[in-house]
Design a binder for this molecule. Structure first.
Ligand code: ADP
Ligand code: MG
Length: 793
């Protein structure tokens, strides 16, 4: 067992363009802890802190200042934890800080550049690289991704892709076994046998997280996300399994609302917006206290799940993320204070080894056989489990002699053979029973008058026994039925389990394989890698799903304009370009690889040819020279080695490229989704504005008085915080027939907002729908132009 204090690091987020830096200094001492000093300006100190302290100093393991990059953060923080997880210990890394301070950026990564990959993708890469290198053990890796929002857990790795709200995801609940171990019911553990599969799962989780979040319910700032890598390892032939877990945790924003006290706003009394962070702090305070026996883990789901990570069996690391601009200085100080308390907690790390019972049985059976063999060697007899007929007869004789012997000191000696001893006891018991029965018989012969009474009693007894028999029969029938049901259930469960373990296959199947323009046929490259590439292209049909598969023309055009002006579009275009480049590189490399392979094959052919020739020559005209080393062959061999080396190098490079391409594709999907979401929010806002305008009769600008509800509004959740407001699902066939101003799709979950009954709206027909769309678009366009200052009123 190793006692470890929780390591605490700080990371300062780069300042935004319009932000003003607070006064702070970082002293990264190589030999001991680093320190961060924050100076609170006098005016602020007056407002927030009653004791008017000016300078605050905090100690950290290391402080990553604004310019530090993701790779450095990974190397210092996550690598040591990943290493101990590979060795069989549990690990946790959690990011704590206010919203916008860089928690998600640090844990998952930025959505723009490959180099912005965060701790999760880098750890996955590191873990799988190490597992591949170690052939001394058999490893199995699973991942899970849990989101906790409002004390409810949700499985983010739900492969059905149907979630449009958090509530659509499978609910995860906590269960505690008699040993007080926590189990998470309904959280799927997905098998990930390589980096690519694990990254796909991470992406699936992030996507579910993003889709489930609506602007009204900013889940990402109010929820905790826990990505867990589960590793089990076993040496071949050994019954011992090592199991370890690595939790990578993105906590909810730690911002607080200041409580108004007598002396104004008191920094020290500010309250968390998120209640479970309050409970986390309570757990941490309790753990820091000496001699405290009760730690209130059970108060919230998050503290229950992270129970081992806090003061338990886990190597834990915390990253305090800080926004160091002037306006956020009080929150940054709160974060640092929390970190100082966390740094006091000691965890006890133990190796998680357990014995596999099946393997144990095999081992024991082997041991028994060995002992039997040894015994046979010593006694000179092969011992079987049964006694021979001859031995039994001998024993019977011995027993009889013993029983008939009146000498009280007589003994029955059968030797040190447990089989014989057992047989003797059994035989004596049988003999005793037999003699008792004969005694009773004798007695009944002497008492004939009691015979009738006995007969009656026997009949009574028979009746009772029959009844009992009937009862047992019934019971057996019931049990057989129950058994059948259970069997069926377990078959179902097995089937589901299989389905879950094939999660990635399901995932792949549901991936849409539309080819993006960036993947034109000319960008393809040969080699079997190509298949892997195309299978991961465009995993999810986001756009069609998000819009319910239909977008009216007006809406579509507005989307095009919106997209063109959106900041992310530039990044998408950049990434597209980069992706094209990478594909071209990969294609080029693939071709080169093929060439090298051909050359190797050719050289191989030449060497074989050469050998045949020399062998034939040796037979026809033997000479000394033919027995010596063939220099030509040696040269060919060296050439081949060279080619092989370059083949290996290129292959490694291609593999790296493949991962980068994968990542870029994921980033683009994410950005596209974000764009789409932003558009939906904006569009629904426009719809509200338009509606309010049209409800005022004097501002009606179109002769058509239909109220416009743009068709691409996903759900009314965007419009109102009241989730019970009217939302209806209309299947496409129920839609009134429209002129061909819509792109059709097979997705049946089109959601439209029905107009409120009180409004003066008329049902939209094909014609006025088109008009309404055009009207909506003109309005929307005017709005965009106005925002840009180009409006023509
Ligand atoms: P949080 O998860 O704490 O709410 P985010 O990770 O979403 O915060 O960060 C907010 C914004 O700041 C994001 O746009 C993110 O890309 C950016 N950001 C955060 N940390 C860094 C950093 N170290 N370098 C560059 N950009 C960062
Ligand atoms: Mg975040």
């Amino acid at each position: 067992m190793v006692k470890e204090t929780i390591r605490v690091y700080a990371r300062v987020k780069p300042l935004g363009r319009r932000q003003q830096a607070a006064i702070y200094s970082v002293d990264n001492d190589e030999t001991s802890l680093s320190s961060l000093e924050v100076i609170m300006p006098h005016d602020l100190a007056d407002g927030f802190v009653n004791n008017k302290r000016e300078s605050y100093k905090f100690k950290f393991q290391k402080i990553f200042d604004q310019e530090e990059k993701q790779d450095v953060v990974f190397d210092s923080i996550a690598k040591p934890v990943a290493e101990s997880v590979l060795a069989g210990y549990n690990g946790t890394i959690f990011a704590y800080g206010q919203t916008g301070s860089g928690k998600t950026f640090t844990i998952t990564g930025g959505a723009e550049r490959y180099s912005d990959r965060g701790i999760i993708p880098r750890t996955l890469s590191y873990v799988f690289n190490n597992l591949q290198k170690d052939s001394s053990k058999v490893y199995t890796t699973h991942v899970s991704y849990l989101e906790i929002y409002n004390e409810c857990g949700y499985d983010l790795l739900d492969p059905r892709h149907e979630a449009s709200r958090l509530e659509d995801l499978p609910k995860v609940t906590i269960m505690e076994d008699p040993d007080q171990n926590i189990h998470l019911k309904n959280l799927s553990l997905q098998l990930a046998s390589n980096e690519e599969e694990a990254l796909n799962l991470l992406f699936l989780g992030d996507t579910n997280r993003m889709i489930a979040e609506t602007p009204m319910n900013q889940a990402s700032t109010r929820s905790h996300c826990i990505f867990t890598i589960h590793i089990s390892s076993k040496e071949p032939g050994s019954a011992t399994i090592r199991r370890s877990k690595l939790h990578l945790v993105d906590l909810a924003g730690s911002e607080r609302v200041a409580k108004t006290g007598v002396g104004g706003h008191l920094l020290t009394e500010a309250k968390y917006i998120n209640l479970s962070l309050h409970y986390l702090e309570q757990v941490i305070i309790a753990l820091a206290e000496k001699n405290r026996s009760h730690i209130p883990y059970r108060n919230s789901m998050m503290t229950s799940v992270l129970r081992d990570s806090l003061g338990g069996n886990c190597m834990t690391t915390m990253i305090a993320t800080l926004s160091i601009d002037k306006r956020n200085i009080d929150e940054s100080i709160s974060t640092c204070r929390f970190a100082q308390r966390v740094a006091l907690i000691k965890n006890e790390v133990v190796l998680n080894e357990e014995i596999d019972p099946r393997l144990m049985i095999v081992q024991l059976q082997k041991e028994i056989q060995e002992l039997k063999d040894e015994l046979a060697l010593v006694t000179g007899k092969q011992r079987t489990s049964e006694l021979s007929q001859e031995e039994l007869l001998q024993l019977d004789e011995l027993i009889e002699t013993f029983l008939q012997d009146n000498d009280p000191d007589s003994t029955l000696d059968v030797g040190a053979d447990i089989r014989k001893i057992k047989y003797c006891f059994l035989r004596v018991k049988q003999l005793m029973k037999h003699s008792k029965m004969s005694e009773e018989k004798l007695l009944s012969q002497h008492l004939p008058e009691e015979k009738d009474i006995g007969k009656e009693a026997a009949e009574e007894e028979l009746k009772k026994l029959k009844e009992i028999l009937q009862q047992r029969d019934n019971e057996i029938n019931i049990l057989v039925n129950m058994l059948k049901k259970e069997k069926k259930k377990s078959q179902n469960a097995l089937f589901q389990l299989n389905a879950a373990s094939c999660g990635t296959t399901v995932l792949e199947q549901s991936l849409s394989l539309n080819l993006d323009e960036s993947q034109s046929p000319s960008c393809r490259f040969s080699l079997k890698e190509e298949k892997d590439f195309s299978s991961s292209v465009h995993r999810l049909p986001f756009l069609s799903r998000q819009t319910g598969g239909k977008m009216s023309l007006g809406c579509q055009e507005a989307f095009e304009v919106f997209k063109r002006d959106h900041a992310d579009n530039i990044t998408i275009e950049d990434n597209k370009l980069l992706l094209k480049q990478r594909f071209a590189e990969a294609k080029h490399l693939g071709e080169k690889l093929n060439e090298v392979r051909n050359r190797i094959n050719h050289l191989k052919g030449e060497i074989i040819q050469r050998r045949i020739q020399r062998a034939a020559l040796a037979v026809s005209s033997p000479s000394e020279e033919l027995n010596t080393l063939d220099l030509v062959e040696e040269k060919l061999r060296m050439q081949m080695e060279e080619e092989k080396k370059s083949y290996k190098e290129m292959f490694g490079h291609l593999k790296g490229l493949k991962i980068e391409i994968e990542h870029l594709q994921l980033l683009m999907e994410k950005l596209k989704m974000k764009l789409q979401k932003d558009f939906e929010v904006w569009w629904s806002q426009e719809a509200i504005n338009l509606q309010t305008q049209q409800e005022k009769p004097e501002t009606v600008s179109s002769p058509n008085s239909a109220t416009v509800y743009p068709q691409c509004i996903k759900s009314s959740q965007h419009l109102s915080s009241d989730s019970s407001s009217e939302t209806t699902r209309v299947s496409p066939n129920e839609n009134p027939p429209r002129k061909d101003n819509s792109i059709t799709s097979s997705n049946p979950t089109l959601k439209t907002r029905t107009p409120p009954k009180s409004s003066t709206s008329v049902p939209l027909t094909g014609d006025n729908q088109a008009d309404a769309d055009i009207l909506a678009f003109i309005k929307a366009r005017q709005n965009i132009l106005q925002k840009k200052g180009l409006g023509n009123k």
